[in-house]
Design a protein around this ligand. Structure first.
Ligand code: ADP
Ligand code: MG
Length: 259
């Protein structure tokens, strides 16, 4: 099928001309900072799309818009062709189809790893404890933490805490996993275990939209790399295209700065 005949709904997630600004300053200095200035982006089922761009280029804002943590000023955020940016949409139903993992793991310190992972299934989705715990244990096994179910977050390394946070995101079987710089808060020696897990998820066909500074990781896992600059998708393509043979000066400059 040529690109022109692929219907728009063939992407699981599509952003169409998304605009987002934030108020800045007060009084006479009040204004707005435009962060997303007409972003178009598609994530197909089973694809891994990696967002790159300078700090402040809007990667987190874009992910937060998709996760309905931020309203958009204009444009569409289509999940399976349905505009979830519409204020009338059932936000909880949309969020149940998505899961986001942040830079800071945000585990509840007073809950065991298993309870952290099963909290949403039990409390939000009202699944019986036994069923939620079986799913929680299976998911923790999958991320390599089957032996830590009873541990508390402060008894885990940073890498283990982040893997527990990823388990918590996965336990409900989301259709799309949103990952925001999930290795940025980790000591360098712990980054590898988290990236290995993401690689495994990707190989299993998990649909992912990932913001990262890890260019080697992007090179290995991305089906598509999207470079954000000036509130727009400045350049996009395969990792080989964008990271090894960038066509635009801003992309080259960004990559040079990363060294
Ligand atoms: P990135 O994740 O690429 O570093 P962000 O999406 O975090 O970029 O931020 C993009 C811009 O939006 C930054 O200038 C940031 O200061 C601004 N911004 C993000 N969230 C808010 C907010 N809630 N209020 C005001 N400005 C914000
Ligand atoms: Mg960010």
């Amino acid at each position: 099928m040529s690109a022109a005949t692929v219907p728009p709904s063939s992407a699981l997630l599509s952003l169409r001309d998304v605009h987002k600004s934030f108020p800045t300053g007060r009084g006479r200095r009040a204004g707005r900072t435009v962060v997303l200035d007409g972003v178009d982006l598609d994530v197909r089922e089973h694809a891994c799309v990696v967002l790159v761009g300078a700090s402040g280029s809007g990667k987190s804002t874009l992910l937060r818009v998709v996760d309905l943590l931020e309203d958009v000023d204009d444009g569409q955020v289509l999940l399976d062709g349905v505009d979830v940016a519409d204020p009338w949409v059932d936000a909880d139903a949309v969020r149940a189809r998505l899961a986001m993992v942040f830079q800071a793991y945000n585990l509840f310190p007073h809950l065991s790893v298993l309870d952290n992972v099963t909290l949403a299934p039990r409390v939000v989705h009202r699944r019986p404890r036994e069923e939620a715990e079986a799913a929680g244990r299976a998911t923790l096994d999958k991320v390599g933490l089957g032996h830590k179910v009873g541990a508390f977050p402060d008894q885990l390394s940073g890498g283990e805490q982040q893997r527990a946070a990823i388990a918590r995101a996965l336990v409900g079987g989301p259709e799309l996993l949103l990952l925001d710089e999930v290795t940025s808060a980790l000591d360098p020696e712990l980054v590898g275990e988290v990236l290995d897990l993401l690689r495994t998820l990707r190989d299993e066909g998990t649909t992912m939209l990932v913001a990262t500074h890890e260019m080697d990781f992007a090179r290995q896992v991305a089906d598509e790399v999207v470079f954000l600059h000036d509130g727009r998708v400045h350049e996009r393509g395969t990792p080989a295209q964008v990271l090894d043979d960038p066509q635009r000066e801003r992309t080259r400059e960004f990559l040079r700065r990363l060294g």
